[in-house]
Write a protein that binds this ligand. Structure first.
Ligand code: GLA
Length: 372
């Protein structure tokens, strides 16, 4: 029977724990309100057809037409999921699928993973499956496979895990050493605070070389230390690396994993000043040791701190994208205005402002409805 499903998959903000996922480390993301909606209608036969409100390119084909090397552009992420679903053994019916997104592209807020998750959840829901925890975990792997193998972006898994597992009012403590995910309450509003998200509008792309080169340096550092991953390293180990750059890369990863643990403790204790301090320390480490920040991200962080933020940091892969600031609700408007003014003074295009309130992970928004 022909039927239509509508699903929503959010963007994500990583509160802390950056460039740690591919080092078997810890991350602490939340899902945000900005999201991608996918509307899928099961077709009686024939190829699937994918369209997007944000893209001109329409993609039409079967799952095998989206194998690695055959698709490019946005369709690599969307159709790539259909291919990865088939690889994982899911029987997805032919679909007419349309996506529409409020996650700004290239903003470091995981527009790509939101697209992948929206397509994946729409496809399995249209196939009649129930989105339980086991299926969510399996879709994380499917979305990652589409992104790494079809779109060619060597992502570490943080984004897909955040988007598929997040819950409203909770951050997700992800441990990439054992695959565990623990929901940690983060009631910023009750504490009189807000998480501001500022999109610098400097486009960030994982397919650029910077992300891949950081991954390679981390692997090299671990190898030189005789370790499988930097998760097993200590700060003292990092200090023994003769190569100064590798030493700083390892120092960031090791110290960042500790900061995630400390941030979770501080959140549980309601110690927001400490959370803010850890955000800022994370930014300094990403800026100076890992070298993935940029002038615009630094400007947001410095301005937010001067205007009264408890802490601020770049979020996501870096090299552009977005920054977050933890601010007293009473200062939120002043911080946003200060950032706008600083950007205008620096001759930069106006930044975007989004809400970082922890929201729900990907899922159907409507019951399955018969159509026509
Ligand atoms: C990007 C990647 C993630 C993660 C972050 C940095 O968002 O997709 O896997 O590595 O960068 O923390």
């Amino acid at each position: 029977m022909e039927h239509t499903v509508v699903v929503r998959a959010p963007g994500r903000v990583n509160l802390i724990g950056e460039h740690t996922d591919y080092n078997a480390g810890l991350c602490l993301p939340v899902a945000i309100a900005a999201s991608t909606t996918a509307t899928a209608t099961v077709l009686p036969a024939g190829p699937s057809r994918l369209t997007s409100a944000q893209q001109d390119q329409t993609w039409e084909g079967t799952a095998s037409d989206a194998a690695p090397g055959l698709v490019s552009g946005w369709a690599a992420y969307a159709a790539g999921v259909l291919w990865a679903l088939e690889q994982a053994g899911y029987a997805v019916p032919p679909l007419e699928l349309h996506v529409d997104s409020t996650v700004p592209l290239g903003s470091g807020l995981s527009s790509s993973a939101a697209l992948e998750a929206a397509v994946a959840v729409a496809a399995v829901t249209a196939a009649g499956l129930t989105l339980d925890d086991t299926l969510r975990r399996s879709l994380i792997a499917v979305c990652r496979q589409a992104e790494t193998e079809v779109a060619g972006a060597p992502t570490g898994g943080l984004d897909q895990s955040a988007i598929l597992l997040a819950r409203p009012g909770r951050a997700l403590l992800l441990d990439f050493a054992d695959g565990s995910a623990v929901h940690v309450p983060v009631d910023v509003r009750a504490a009189g605070l807000e998480v501001l998200v500022v999109d610098t509008r400097v486009s960030h792309a994982l397919t650029d070389g910077g992300y891949g080169s950081r991954r390679a340096q981390c692997e090299q550092a671990a190898g030189l230390l005789g370790l499988t991953t930097l998760r097993e390293a200590t700060l003292a180990d990092a200090a023994t690396l003769a190569d100064e750059v590798l030493g700083r890369r390892a120092t960031h990863v090791v110290s960042e994993i500790v900061r995630v643990e400390q941030a979770v403790e501080a959140l549980r204790a309601g110690d927001w000043d400490r959370v803010g301090g850890l955000f800022t320390a994370s930014h300094v480490s990403l800026r100076d040791d890992f070298e993935v920040s940029c002038a615009e991200l630094d400007l947001v962080v410095d301005t937010a701190l001067e205007a009264g933020a408890l802490g601020a940091r770049m979020t996501g892969g870096g090299f552009g994208g977005s920054a977050i600031a933890l601010v007293p609700a009473t200062r939120a408007e002043a911080v946003r205005r200060a950032v706008d003014t600083a950007f205008a003074r620096a001759g930069l295009a106006a930044p975007g402002h989004l809400d970082g309130t922890p929201s729900a992970g990907a899922g159907p928004v409507d019951p399955v409805t018969p159509s026509r």
